[in-house]
Ligand binder design. Structure first.
Ligand SMILES: [Fe+2]
Length: 231
């Protein structure tokens, strides 16, 4: 298992608030068979010491779990914004460590007008934007044309494990299953914010996907595909 979307660094976003909780999450991930985690705290535009704090806390966490069989890479989850192309041009700190991939989220209720252009410009820079939890976006849930447009861009789609179990509501579950049935998902990740999130839905989601598409497909979506972003 390779979890490319996870809020595991303490004190930087709405994930764990203490180092102890972060450590608990790492132990839970190891228990579930996860070998690589990408820590993707919500990037805050205009917060100057964001990366300093993220690095400090991540290094603190890494030092506490260094004896475990798991790697923690740094990434971010970044809200789509017209300034994104420029920010990425100046620094690769937003990207998933050692890769060209960037986890991009949309607002929950719409696809902003600058989305297509922003994603295209990122691609021109050699960046691979990944759409974070596409199934949770209201516009994509309700508007088939919007969904087809986004999917036609050939941009990798990440779906949250919790959406398969109903944790993110019935509309997210419906779209997650539609995307799964039509082979439109590239990665499934936890988007966990606490250790209980892993318990709540990660293994259950794996079972649902394996039952619906077979174990090989589940292994691809939870492990091999996300593991290939470093290729
Ligand atoms: Fe997230």
């Amino acid at each position: 298992m390779v979890d490319i979307h996870c809020h595991i660094i303490h004190g930087v976003d709405d994930g764990p608030s203490t180092l102890e909780e972060s450590i608990k999450m790492v132990y839970k991930a190891v228990e579930l068979g996860i070998k690589i985690i990408v820590a993707t705290p919500h990037y805050r535009y205009n917060k100057t010491d964001f990366f300093k704090k993220v690095d400090e806390n991540l290094n603190e966490l890494r030092s506490k779990v260094s004896d475990l069989d798991i790697k923690i890479f740094r990434g971010t989850e970044v809200r789509i914004d017209p300034s994104l192309t420029e920010i990425v041009k100046e620094s690769d700190e937003l990207l998933i460590e050692n890769s060209k991939s960037l986890l991009v989220e949309f607002p929950y209720d719409r696809i902003p007008f600058f989305t297509k252009e922003t994603l295209y410009n990122l691609q021109l820079q050699g960046i691979v934007p990944i759409i974070a939890h596409a199934e949770r976006n209201l516009a994509l849930q309700q508007n088939r044309i919007a969904l087809e447009r986004i999917l036609s861009e050939n941009i990798p789609v990440q779906v949250d494990a919790g959406s398969f179990t109903g944790f993110n509501g019935k509309n997210s579950k419906k779209l997650a299953m539609f995307l799964l049935d039509n082979n439109l998902i590239d990665y499934i990740a936890s988007d966990a914010h606490c250790a209980e999130d892993y318990d709540e839905f990660y293994s259950k989601a794996y079972s649902i996907v394996a039952r619906s598409k077979g174990q090989h497909a589940a292994n691809m979506l939870f492990g091999l595909n996300p593991g290939s972003i470093w290729d």
